[in-house]
Design a protein around this ligand. Sequence first.
Ligand code: F6P
Length: 478
Amino acid sequence: MESTVVVASNRGPVSFELDERGELTSQRGSGGLVTALSGVFFRDDAVWVAAAMTDGDREVALEGRGMSPDSSQRVRFVTLPPEQYDGYYNRFANQILWFVHHHLWDIARTPSFDDQTEQVWQAYMDANRAFATALAGEADGDPVYLIQDYHLSLVPRMLRELRPDARIVHFTHTPFADRTYLRILPVHMREAILRGMAGADVIGFQAKPWVENFLLSVRGMEGFRVLRGGRLAVGGRVAEARSFPVAVNAHPLRETAATTEAREAQHELKAWRGDASLLLRVDRLEPSKNILRGFLAYELFLRRRPDWRGRVRFLALLNPSREALDEYRSYGEDCLAEASRINAELGSDDWVPIAVRVQEDYGFAVAAYGLYDALIVNPVYDGMNLVAMEGPLVNRRHGVLILSRNAGAWSRLGRHAIGVNPFDIRESAEAIEAALEMSEQDRTRRSRGLSRSVQAHTPPTWLAAQLDALDLVRPPSS
Ligand code: F6P
């Protein structure tokens, strides 16, 4: 008998809003995790446990389970008191864990941990406990638990305490901090996070460097023995840490590209681009995405190569993200200010070097994917990066991918991309130049390679690899 699948993540596949008449409307959850997981968990018996993030979600939570409008997916919301949710999601998961895993702190000044950190850590523990309890309640049919991301790193161990025989996979969508950087965290938090994740049978990451970082951190911790092949002995069990690079589903992406809205957006974009080449970036407005250095690299390229002024347009599509956090707001302001400065210094009456659109419009982004000559994806660190995979699937101009070597996607796509050290403005400027001036033959060869590499993997194979690994470490009970 096939096991039931129970997925847990902070953000669910669907989110509900209350309209002005007090009626519920639903929309697809945003972000890479939902994109990666939707389309995998379409089975009728799958349940997705997520945090209630809106008033609409809380209303649905009161009524029991919600249905995702696009599938028979059942969603169960975990409702947390607002203050606890703020501590868990904004203050601990996003302001501390996100920053540590992406190496984002300016460590001469930040972070400093104090009593307030203890309070948000408490909220994080309480929220993880609420998830573990909800998951333990979804126990019909000897389920496989698929627990997602850094928001829920304590859940595997907490769930195992409640259900010692549970079959658990934990998957991290972000990078995992290297050993010395992780030591910035207060020691009890660091150890609890490592022990929490190791409560799973399979501890999955997007790419090998993140697996290695995790294993280096647990090595030497009391009660752990790192064995060969990514396995670790812990508390009388064996768990396995491995990479399972996520895949994108080409079908819905191409369907989005074919919608009337996307076609109209493409029309508008073509008219705006004219005969110029198009350099594109599509990102959440987020410090790890390295938007500022991307603008500086483009500026350097234009200063070195004035003959390109007026012949290239840079379109930056930036989705607002985590606006409750000061760091995000001020980073966003800095990005916009930098683009304005470059436009004022290098632009002319009929040419604006950088067009920034801060908007949440997936269809528009997919339309732009079709048109770029070069796509820049230069995060300081990134678990995988789905833009790097989505772009080549719908691009129609043999567009070149400029890709950070610190993105998980580098292992899969690097040989067909132009690699950049995201901190090196000169190298990035040269990459822009090389991408825009590449011969048609080389562009064709690389873009075909990118598209082939992306399509060689699918979300179902990504899931199947995790389930196969789980069967080996903890076979299903017969
Ligand atoms: O793994 C990273 C992640 O949590 C993804 O789910 C998503 O792409 C992104 O960060 C957005 O995060 P949030 O849910 O906080 O908007």
